[in-house]
Design a protein around this ligand. Sequence first.
Ligand code: ADP
Ligand code: MG
Length: 701
Amino acid sequence: MSSLDVLFRPRAVAVIGASRDRRSVGGAILHNLLTFEFQGQVFPVNPNAAVVHSLKCYASVEDIPDAVDLAVIAVPKPHALAALESCGRKRIGAVVMITAGFKETGAAGLALEREVVRIIKQYDIRLVGPNCMGVINMDPAVRLQASFSDNEPIPGSVAFSSQSGALGEAILALLRERGLGLSMFVSLGNKADVSGNDLLEYWEADPQTRVILMYLESFGNPQRFLEICQRVSKKKPIIAVKSGRTAAGARAAASHTGSLAGADNAVESLFAQSGVIRATSIEELFVFATAFASQPVPAGTRVGIVTNSGGPAILATDACIELGLQIPTLSPETQGLIRAAVAPEASVTNPVDMIATAEAPQYEASIRAVAEDPGVDALVVIFTSLEMIDGPSVAQGIVRGASGCQKPILVCFMGNVRSREAIDLMRGAGLAVYTFPEDAARALAALVRHGHWLARPTGRRRAFSDISSSAIDAIISGARAEGRCQLTLAEAQRVLEHAGIPVLPWREVRSRDEAVAAAAELGSPIVAKVSSSLIVHKSEVGGVRVGLTSAEAAGTAYVAMTQAAATRDPRTTLVLQQQALHGTEVILGATRDPKFGPLLMFGLGGIFVEVLKDVAFRVHPLSDLDAREMIRAVKGFPLLDGARGRPPADLAALEQVILRLDRLMALCPAIAELDVNPLFAGPPGSPTAAADARITLQDAG
Ligand code: ADP
Ligand code: MG
């Protein structure tokens, strides 16, 4: 038993604010409960009526003689809290609070919403809303339509949660129009109690639900979302539209990572790591849902196209190729089977163009032959309606050809000669039907990506017990004691070393003599750089000299560079460091998003990050697989993998650095932002080590 059963499977429902006027919210909800044939008892509550809708009406829920599981509160705000209290006294387990005027309206509303939360805690009530449209459960054993939506959904396997009431209504209407059947619907409203995460867990176990759709505006608890979705998405596809941007985008950032993060990276990463299929628009949500609700995931990327006209098949081919799918040549056996069934002018390669005369038998035979070709993983079937061909009869041919097929079949039905009838027929037979070939291709590509996710192992998280957080804390406290939020280069490099991240051998020196001695130890060539909390971009102010080849030169550099920097910071010291002679420069970084927590970044250095912004993000906590995929997600990855005769980088070592940075961010909440730029990614056997580090602390507040 889940604590949400009382919400979704109540035996008795009270509608507080039920009125005779169907145009009022309470009136509409009562009407919906009754006309939708709710399988339990319904009690109208309204102190100003004795009877509503032929039902005896009660002045308060506390007057109802029977037990009540769910109350829908649809009274004006001034009465809402009292109504909630009486639900508590009546021991009602779940409340849907339609009433608006809470958190969404500002400070006074927020205080009222806190009051709501206090009351539901006191009485142990599960609450949806406030400021929502209601809930629907299509299970024939329940038939709960406790929303004021006018739409009558078709029963089916799609569960849908919406953070926006109005969009929820629009999406319910579209579901119906596209022939998509609903299992449950929840308008979440302000999420004072029941959250999207709660629903994901409930639907995970709900036998009616096969596909989960979400319209999201915010994440209450991103880390929990990640954890739940990683598990649920392996069982049921989760398709989400997320609107809005993260707060990090608006923040001024001291680090490179900070300025590149923000906008949408956190959401994009969160979805990628959790297996959530992201739709970029409501329209795409439907394109994907249509396929996921009816089609299996393909075993591979090879698509067979069957059509009666050339143009749409070319569009389908282009779209498939662009999305990484393949259009392979069909086997000779398949071609022979098709040839025997179609007109002599037809083309039997791939796409199979049966030409305009094709009717039901040609569709049936060609689809069956292509579906049975072991070199094909999925089918796109295109019909362009023509005056002389009967659409519904072709649809029947398509259904017969597809019957028993274990591969996804996506149909594009273009034109309008009795197409409604034809489309309903195919949908009824469990096919995914689209108008445009590009939509079918997009949906197929999403199915393929989801197939990869299903095959992907979960990955492992590393604890790195060797990281010395006390030593790091000491460095941070030292900076804090001086009122600084910026660490010096030397401090930042020490932090990396305590986190187990290799840094090219280096020394911090405070005099000419120390510089000479250190240079003799470090060898040649070396790099000299200024270390100061006030100089963030060293090379911009002449604070980096590379290629020093003698101890004497290091001594000279000490004098010149510290003198030049003294105007900015008289306490500037010098860092001497071995110069990397091999390896590719990469950038690694982390920021702390106020909502999402640590956000890790990886990219290639130089122009790749500066100009092309070719970087990949992941949200904390990362698994070893996340780190692996993150490195491979940047477009410049081939340069690390031996392209153009370069020695391949030690990718395992690079993954370790990313995972250690992720751990460092978790262990040291004082770190706001961090850049390692560059880190030299050497080939296996030679060092993978940082050459520069920048760390900004959180405002002490
Ligand atoms: P900043 O980013 O503050 O300007 P860096 O320490 O990153 O200073 O140095 C600037 C550039 O100099 C680096 O991007 C890198 O190309 C080069 N460089 C710095 N340190 C080394 C090193 N130890 N070995 C080789 N090249 C280095
Ligand atoms: Mg740098």
